[in-house]
Design a protein around this ligand. Sequence first.
Ligand SMILES: [Zn+2]
Ligand SMILES: [Zn+2]
Length: 378
Amino acid sequence: MELRPIGIMHTPYKTAGDAPFQGRSSSETCEIEIFKEYEDGLKDIDQCSHLILLYWLDRADDCVLQTRTPFDTDVHGVFATRSPNRPNPIGFHVTELIERKENVLRIKGVDALDKTPLIDIKPYSTGIDVIGDANIGWFKKATEGDQMDGNSYRKNIEELIRKGDLKRLLEKTGELHGHFCSHSAYGVKAGYIAMRELGITNTGMEEIVAIVETNNCFSDGIQMVTGCTFGNNSLIYRDYGKTAVTVAKRDGKAIRIALNPDYEESSAENHPEANALFEKIVVRREKPTPEESARMMQLFKEAALEVLDVDADEVFRIERKTITIPEYAPIFASVRCSICGENVMETRVRIRANKLVCIPCAGDEHYAMCGDGIYVER
Ligand SMILES: [Zn+2]
Ligand SMILES: [Zn+2]
């Protein structure tokens, strides 16, 4: 068996330490030079958006059968990894073809070292090559973590924040919020800006607090992206009726992000059809046709996606400041109500005829929150 190199790869990586673990994570542009005698084989290659490149990793160690990868500490058989060190050190990479200029292909991101011999090119196709549910067990475990283990619950969200993947963050918010809309997208965007600015990971143990000034769709985007929620005591609600949030670290370093009224108005003017449907279906509660409902949701989704792409300074007014944030939420003892027998946080107990009773049994007025905001319920 004899392999003939068909070309040579020009990449920025001189040593193994320079090259990325996965070419997919590199955005460097590289050039693949095909030897003149093989140039006829490139006919129609410019019709291929993506290519599978096979190359000979000439500086690899070809005696290795088991190896560790950068992703975990376990030893794996080389054939269960993409380690460059293997009996036949063939490198494999799916890449985007940027352009062909005669015998040179400009491609995006590859993990090969400079001057690596190229042995073959094949076109890549989603129709032929994608198997949606394929996965590598050990790799999935190493990179996604066990969702029920330790502090990895928000790992995927933190990863999306790190990558700046606002679209996936909006989709995650949709799982909580139930629909796509521009205000939840404002929340996603504001939450993202705050998390990037404060540079902190949140495990839901009050490392940060978010102070929202509205209880509309916006606050669900904030809860999903920042991880500050009603239930983990790091979401503070100020009933100001403003689409705004302040996210603060425990040292008081804070950022307040408020929807720019000019942007809000121009956005309303730019979506007349969505607004007319919203007025009819949501504001006036008139019964819509199924087509009208579907159309409104579609327009909402388009408007939400649009928000993600607009310049942050256009959408928001952003202010950095230092604030005093509340102490960690105190833990109170429970007391049993002498009338209904249910347990009540001790700070909520009332005394009636020398007996400890809960608020509903006492018939006392109390705060409640509804779509309208906070009110005193009697
Ligand atoms: Zn909404
Ligand atoms: Zn009671």
